[in-house]
Design a protein around this ligand. Sequence first.
Ligand SMILES: O=C(O)CCC(=O)C(=O)O
Ligand SMILES: [Fe+2]
Length: 422
Amino acid sequence: MSYLENADISFSYPWKTFLYPYFESTVHRVIDNAPKDRVCVAYFYETKYDAPVDLLDFCKQRTKTYGRAVYPGAFNVSPLVAKCEDPKMAEDPGVSQVVKQLDKACKEAGFFYVKGHGIPESLINDVKNITQKFFDLPYEEKIKIKLTPATGYRGYQRIGENITKGIPDMHEAIDVGLAHFPSRANSFCQCFVVFFLSFGRQQCYKEIQEGMYGALGKTMEGCNQWPLNPPNFRALMEEYVNLCTDLSRKIMRGIALALGGSPFEFEGVRAGDAFWVLRIIGYPGLSGAKDQKKPENNIGCGAHTDYGLLTLVNQDDDITALEVRNMSGEWISAPPIPGTFVCNIGDMLKIYSNGLYESTLHRVVNSSPKYRVCVAYFYETNFDAAVEPLDICKQRTGETKQFGRAVYGEHLVSKVTTNFVM
Ligand SMILES: O=C(O)CCC(=O)C(=O)O
Ligand SMILES: [Fe+2]
């Protein structure tokens, strides 16, 4: 029996008291303002000098269950979707059940799956299929809609253009590789040669007209660059974005209730005119060759948190590549569950919730030999929203404000301008 089993562990906020590390080495300092001298003798009891220190196995087991990673299973949000225009939705037993699950999932994991969301599965699949068709095109075709600062950071990025924390998300050698991948089958062969994970994506944002947000919006001003080929790419993606926007607003109403607010907490000046981002991503797979040494940097998308409120991830059904970091620093897979969206919370919700909900670190490693596509939709606050902890969340977290005020547009621009090398 683990000696922690009978411990007095409170499964409520603050999560730090029960998630790994169970015991935290707390930052402290000494300020000696007294007129008298103060003496102190501190004795430090340590490990053996040469002890290799690693996570204890029994802690690992517990943090796998409770560590911040992926909430198990998929929960059905259909009662919320059905009732979310009703101001009294919270009184509905179905809605209140969803709200409870949202609260638990956001507090304990930050990543969760939703089903019963109402977006037709056929559209979800069409979006992935057309994405695959776009990435199958020759490089010369794709580069016609190249992303540059002059296009408001909208368009197609070739491999290596995206940088996470200073590291390109793929090997440089891939550059040529992806450029000449004409088909899924060929991309497998090309990968065999370059034996590496690579990544290219098309980036779209809610459009910002000139002067709309003054200096704040300048960097992001521009029209989306839609490819003409495949022909119905734009229409399909726009239909998809509209449905994702609706769904996200509905889920955010549930999250607002979960935080103890009115269902419309994230509307008006906060997210009544929500900004959105769509990332249409392709990750060529590894060769799968048994004798090949895995390159050191095989990260399709480096560890990051998302920037806004809520992300809806539509990933290929047969490849597990998305990984979420739990509190013990382990990467836990978020495998695809057909018919669901993987949802995760972003930095702005972390601030609004005063840290009650965390924007969890995640990354993408496609170790499969197959090309993987993913279309990630990001639901954000209003572009110019000044975001700070909500009073209801401060009350729940001991009144102390954990975060200062952030302006979403500034946060996005700072990320975008450091994420791309041109
Ligand atoms: O490819 C994925 O599953 C997720 C991508 C992602 O995390 C992102 O673009 O922010
Ligand atoms: Fe992400």
